[in-house]
Design a binder for this molecule. Structure first.
Ligand SMILES: Cc1ncc(COP(=O)(O)O)c(C=O)c1O
Length: 368
């Protein structure tokens, strides 16, 4: 991408290190699936996939078919799981691109099987069980019947059985253990029916770190691979190094008099003679307008408050108390231990996952 003075640095060694430290905690033989949906949580799916596979992941997971196709087109030949529901209209593409599909009813499995029979192949199907998330998935009591029916389809292969935790990141693991027990019971019923479940996978990042008994055959690593904490309100048992930092360069510095206002709507008025630094990024870059007046950023080693409304392409920083700021100075928006994404998330009333996903397409990713 063409360079610009606003960019996201992605530290690939950090991603590799995060994966390796988490892998070291897993039971022997537990595989890693790298979750690279939403353009690798904003980090760039192609680059992250490459690093994750080098670091030992054996599978990739995305949310929607288009994301998986992008990876196939980029040359990835490993299994790619589409974790979102396989729609009947996507069946042919799933088969053509050799994707692993998520299914929780027989109609979807039948559509995939039909497409695969037409293509003279077999569709790889992962049965999703809803063990408590109440989002998608079959009831645990239906899992054995569905697994049996899927395995009997002429164009389908039961490649896996999985579920997803709702609270593995919470201090209290009580409900996660309830989900784990429901998942185990469903697996037992599938085995009792004489069906091979394929790859058994349940754990997200939080569970991969904290619930070794939930490892089964594979864990699905998302947020922790990127070095972000699965939840901000607890200490994590493994060192997580943030991979993405968002940075920009001051485009202009100007002095304003006490009583002058800054930006659209005049939402900030200087109480004293002030120095304002303009930054060339705005809400169209994934730097939300809701941050106006709510965060301070790092420039020349000091914090400076964001003042006035964030515009579509620019925003303003009050650098009155940071001596010597000049046009061209680098400003850290977030992504290091001194200014973590969690701080931006807290200011927005959201979680670090959303902050990372916000980084806009027009922000170049610089891989180091
Ligand atoms: C089904 C599923 N598995 C795994 C993950 C990865 O979760 P995390 O980013 O918390 O590791 C997600 C992410 O939301 C998901 O939806």
């Amino acid at each position: 991408m063409i360079e610009r003075p606003t960019w996201a640095t992605v530290d690939t060694a950090a991603i590799r290190g995060n994966i390796q430290r988490i892998a070291a905690r897993l039971s022997p033989g537990v595989r890693i699936c790298a979750v690279v949906k939403a353009d690798g949580y904003g980090h760039g799916a192609v680059a992250v996939s490459r690093v994750a596979l080098e670091a030992g992941a054996s599978m990739l997971a995305v949310a929607i078919v288009n994301e998986a196709v992008e990876l196939r087109v980029a040359g990835f030949t490993c299994p790619i799981l589409v974790m979102g529901p396989a729609e009947a209209c996507d069946a042919a593409r799933i088969v053509d691109y050799g994707l692993d599909a998520t299914v929780y009813d027989l109609a979807a499995a039948q559509a995939l099987s039909d497409a695969a029979v037409y293509a003279q192949g077999k569709a790889a199907i992962h049965l999703k069980i809803d063990t408590g998330m109440r989002r998608v998935g079959c009831e645990p009591s239906d899992a054995a019947g569905l697994a049996t029916a899927i395995a009997a389809l002429p164009g389908a292969r039961l490649a896996g059985v999985f579920s997803h935790f709702a609270t593995a990141d919470a201090e209290d693991l009580g409900f996660a253990r309830v989900q784990l027990a429901r998942y185990r019971a469903a697996l037992d019923a599938i085995s009792a029916a004489g069906i091979d479940p394929g790859i058994r996978h349940l754990a997200n990042s939080a569970a991969a770190i904290r619930l070794p008994e939930a490892g089964f055959d594979m864990v699905r690593l998302g947020i922790a691979m990127y070095g972000l904490k699965p939840s901000a309100d607890r200490e994590w048992e493994v060192e997580l190094k943030p991979a993405l930092s968002l940075r920009t360069r001051v485009s202009m510095v100007k002095d304003i008099a006490a009583g002058e206002s800054v930006g659209y709507g005049r939402r900030f008025t200087a109480a004293r003679k002030s120095r304002i630094a303009t930054l060339p990024l705005g809400y169209a870059d994934g730097w939300p307008r809701a941050l106006s007046g709510r965060v301070s950023l790092l420039v020349r080693g000091k914090r400076a408050p964001l003042v006035g409304s964030v515009c579509m392409d620019q925003c303003m920083l009050d650098v009155t108390d940071v001596p010597g700021v000049l046009a061209g100075d680098e400003v850290l928006l977030y992504g290091t231990a001194e200014l973590p994404a969690d701080e931006i998330a807290a200011a927005l009333g959201t979680i670090n996952y959303e902050v990372a996903c916000l980084v806009g397409r027009r922000v170049p990713r610089v891989y180091v």
